[in-house]
Design a protein around this ligand. Structure first.
Ligand code: NAP
Length: 198
């Protein structure tokens, strides 16, 4: 499961568990982006902070794991490189890349999309009511064969978003029950997201 996780919240965790159930996955590996290729660094919390919050969030689920691969690789965190890495780890595994539908909608413009489709299926998570037409419109760019490797997953808990959480912190509002308690405490301890710039 790939994401900037700025910060990780219950919407991400429920999505991972729902994907595991729906697609019969053995485990879900969370992969926080080191350097998101499409975002100015000053708009995103430090990679190590996002990594540690993700660690705190996934620690209690035996089916969840965490990877530092995008932090340790350096440079822009291209999903194609990450999936090539996981494929090399075990070429016999059927890998699925889980992320938000709005992110996957842009996949045609990502680095080396042919490698992404070579190494994994994709699971595009969306909140109920998300227009399927937006995803099906991708077929004209990707072709039918690649399109068949994109699966949609509706997740009601995705009504929660990282931007909403950052905004609530900025305004001094509670984020209790939107993020795991340990993540809430980490954000408070480190003073993350208080600055309108960050
Ligand atoms: P984003 O553009 O910030 O997010 C788009 C939407 O998807 C937001 O609503 C976001 O909600 C949601 N979302 C993101 N990750 C999710 C997840 N794991 N589960 C459920 N919803 C999720 O997306 P991003 O987080 O920066 O990127 C998503 C993934 O795509 C990352 O792994 C990133 O590295 C990859 N990506 C790769 C390339 C490339 O290779 N060139 C380019 C762009 C993105 P929240 O804000 O609440 O998370």
């Amino acid at each position: 499961m790939g994401g900037t996780f700025n910060p990780i919240h219950y919407g991400h965790l429920v999505t991972a568990e729902a994907a595991r159930d729906a697609f019969g996955l053995d485990e879900v590996v969370f992969i926080p982006s080191g350097q998101p290729p499409h975002k100015p660094p000053r708009e995103v919390a430090r990679a190590e902070d996002r990594y540690l919050m993700t660690l705190l969030a996934v620690a209690t689920n035996v089916h969840f794991d965490l990877s530092r691969v995008e932090l340790d690789r350096g440079g822009p965190s291209y999903t194609s490189d990450t999936l090539a890495y996981f494929h090399t780890l075990d070429p016999t595994v059927d890998w699925y890349f889980i992320s938000g539908a709005d992110a996957i909608l842009e996949i045609a413009s990502w680095h080396a999309p042919e490698d992404i489709f070579r190494y994994a299926h994709l699971i595009a998570a969306s909140r109920p009511g998300y227009s399927l037409e937006r995803l099906t419109a991708l077929e004209s760019k990707l072709g039918r064969e690649r399109m068949a490797r994109i699966h949609q997953l509706e997740v009601p808990a995705l009504a929660i978003s990282s931007s909403q959480i950052r905004e609530r912190v900025r305004q001094g509002l509670s984020i209790k029950y939107l993020v795991p308690e340990a993540v809430e405490q980490y954000i408070a301890k480190k003073g993350l997201y208080r600055d309108p710039e960050g």
